[in-house]
Design a protein around this ligand. Structure first.
Ligand code: IPE
Ligand code: IPE
Ligand code: MG
Length: 247
C-alpha cells in the first residue's frame, strides 16, 4: 500500500515548500507551440528538448531525487516517418552529446520502455549513457522512451512468470515493482504541459496516488519558474492516501 511518508521541506523565496521525491512530466505541446509561431513540428521538438535540458538541471538542483520524462510513447510511432525520424535523431544527440552535462551535475540516467522498434543508434546511445552515469548520486532522470504503461505491466508479468524463485501466493505490491522497467518510488507529482487532461498511458502503476498538475503552458515555454509554481501548488495539496486528514 502507498504509505504516507515524511516529506522533505525546502525554503523557496521565503516560503516553505514540500519537495516531491518523484516528479513525472508528460512533455506535451511541442507541435502546437510550433504551429502558433508558423514553425514546423520538428522545430517545436527542437525547442522542447532544448528546454528539457535546462529544466532537468533545475529540478535536480531543487533537490528532487527522481524525475521521469515521457518523451516518446509506444503509440507515437503512428506519427509521420519524418517526425518520428526527427525525434529519434534528437534522442541520439541528447544522449550522446550531454554526457558531460549529466556527469557535471552528478545525474544518473535510466530508461523505461521497449526496444522494438527503436533504431539501433538510439538504443546504443541510450545504453551507453545509462552505463556511464550509473554511479551518479545527485538524482535520477528516467526517460520514458518507446514507453507504454500497459506494455510495462504486461512486460513485468512476463518477467515474473519466468522467475523460478517467485512465490506467487505471497507476492506483494512491493515485490511486483521489482519486475517493472525501473525500481523507482511512486510518483508524487505528475505534470502534463499544454492543457491536455489525460495520462495517455503514462506510468499507470506508479501514478496511483500522484497529485496531478495540468498547466496550460506548452512544454517549450515551461521553464524553471513554472516548475517552482508546480511545487507551490503541490505543497497546498492534502494527500490522504485513503486515510483521514491528520490535522
Ligand atoms: C511533444 O509534444 C510530444 C513528444 C515528444 C512525442 P507533441 O508533439 O505531442 O505536441 P502537440 O501535442 O502536437 O502540440
Ligand atoms: C503523450 O503525448 C506522449 C508523450 C508526450 C511522449 P501525446 O501527444 O502523444 O498524447 P495524446 O495523443 O495527445 O494523448
Ligand atoms: Mg501531444
Amino acid at each position: 500500500m502507498p504509505a504516507q511518508k515524511e516529506e522533505q521541506l525546502i525554503e523557496l523565496n521565503g516560503q516553505t515548500i514540500k519537495l516531491p521525491t518523484h516528479v513525472a512530466i508528460i512533455v506535451d505541446g511541442n507541435g502546437r507551440w510550433a504551429k502558433e509561431r508558423g514553425l514546423t513540428r520538428m522545430q517545436g521538438h527542437d525547442a522542447g528538448f532544448k528546454n528539457l535540458k535546462q529544466l532537468t538541471k533545475h529540478i535536480i538542483n531543487r533537490g528532487v531525487k527522481y524525475v521521469s520524462f515521457y518523451v516518446f510513447s509506444t503509440e507515437n510511432f503512428k506519427r509521420s516517418a519524418e517526425e518520428v525520424g526527427h525525434l529519434m535523431d534528437i534522442f541520439v544527440l541528447l544522449y550522446k552529446h550531454n554526457l558531460k552535462e549529466f556527469m557535471d551535475n552528478n545525474i544518473r540516467v535510466v530508461f523505461s520502455g521497449r526496444n522494438e522498434p527503436l533504431p539501433k543508434s538510439v538504443m546504443r546511445a541510450r545504453d551507453e549513457l545509462a552505463e556511464k552515469t550509473k554511479n551518479n548520486t545527485a538524482g535520477t532522470v528516467n526517460f520514458c522512451l518507446n514507453y507504454g504503461g500497459r506494455a510495462e505491466i504486461v512486460d513485468a508479468v512476463k518477467k515474473l512468470a519466468q522467475d523460478k524463485d517467485v512465490d506467487i501466493e505471497n507476492l506483494t505490491e512491493q515485490d511486483f515493482v521489482k519486475y517493472l522497467y525501473q525500481d523507482l518510488p511512486d510518483v508524487d507529482l505528475m505534470i502534463r504541459t499544454s492543457g491536455e487532461l489525460r495520462l495517455s498511458n503514462f506510468l499507470l502503476w506508479q501514478n496511483s496516488y500522484a497529485e496531478f498538475y495540468f498547466p496550460k503552458t506548452k512544454f517549450p515555454d515551461f521553464h524553471e519558474e513554472d516548475f517552482d509554481q508546480a511545487l507551490i501548488e503541490y505543497t497546498s495539496r492534502d494527500r490522504r492516501f485513503g486515510g483521514i486528514k491528520n490535522n
